[in-house]
Design a protein around this ligand. Structure first.
Ligand code: MG
Length: 199
C-alpha cells in the first residue's frame, strides 16, 4: 500500500508557512513503513523540529485509474484522522535546495493513524486536535482548496489507486512542534479517533 499526502490544501495553513496557494493539488508519497498504529511516537535523532499536521484520511477500497470526479466517492468508504509528521527543519533545507521531501516526510512512523469509521456513520467531517488538552487545530473538508473527489480524480491520473491505499488530505492552520511528553488527541465528528504520546 502507499500513503498519498496532499500539501497546502487549506489556505490558512499555506499562509502560516509562507507558501504560495497552489493552483493544482500538490502531493507526495510516504512509504508503508511510515504507518504508526501504536499510541507512542519516539522523536527521531535526525531532527530537532518535528511538526504535527492533523489531516482527514480516506482509505481506498478498490483499484482505480483515471477516476472521474463524479465517481470518486465510490472509491472510499472509510474515514479516519492521521498526523502527517514532518521534520520541518529538514523540509526547509530541502525546499531551499529544491530537493525532494522524502527525508522530511517519509521517515519511519511519520504517519500515525487513528480509528476507522464507515463514512455513513459520520454526521459531519469536522475534526480537531488537542495538544495537552488545548485545541491547536480544527478543520472541515468545506475549507479545502481541492475537495476529496477532486483529489482522487487528480492523483489517479498519475498513480493507480489500490485497495488499502491511504490519502492524507492536507492540514488546516495551527501546526507546531512536538516535544517529548506531549499528548495529542484527535477527534472526528466529536469521536475520539487518535491519541498519541510523544517520547
Ligand atoms: Mg500535511
Amino acid at each position: 500500500m502507499k500513503i498519498i499526502c496532499i500539501g497546502r490544501n487549506y489556505i490558512d495553513h499555506a499562509k502560516e508557512l509562507n507558501n504560495p496557494v497552489p493552483e493544482i493539488p500538490i502531493f507526495f508519497v510516504k512509504p508503508d513503513t511510515a504507518l504508526l498504529r501504536t499510541h507512542e511516537f519516539y522523536l527521531p535523532p535526525f531532527s530537532s523540529n518535528i511538526h504535527y499536521e492533523l489531516e482527514l484520511v480516506v482509505k481506498i477500497k478498490k483499484v482505480g485509474k483515471c477516476i472521474s470526479k463524479r465517481f470518486a466517492a465510490k472509491y472510499y468508504d472509510e474515514i479516519s484522522l492521521g498526523l502527517d509528521l514532518t521534520a520541518r527543519d529538514l523540509q526547509e533545507e530541502c525546499k531551499k535546495k529544491g530537493l525532494p521531501w522524502e527525508i522530511a516526510k517519509g521517515f519511519d512512523s511519520s504517519a500515525p493513524i487513528g480509528k476507522w469509521y464507515p463514512k455513513e456513520d459520520l454526521k459531519t467531517l469536522d475534526f480537531y486536535l488537542l495538544k495537552n488538552g488545548v485545541k491547536v487545530q480544527e478543520g472541515n473538508p468545506s475549507q479545502m482548496l481541492f475537495d476529496l473527489d477532486h483529489i482522487i480524480a487528480y492523483v489517479s491520473k498519475f498513480m493507480t489507486l489500490k485497495k488499502g491505499d491511504l490519502i492524507f488530505t492536507g492540514t488546516p492552520a495551527g501546526v507546531g512542534k512536538m516535544n517529548a511528553g506531549d499528548v495529542f488527541e484527535a477527534f472526528l465528528d466529536t469521536k475520539k479517533t487518535l491519541n498519541l504520546t510523544v517520547r
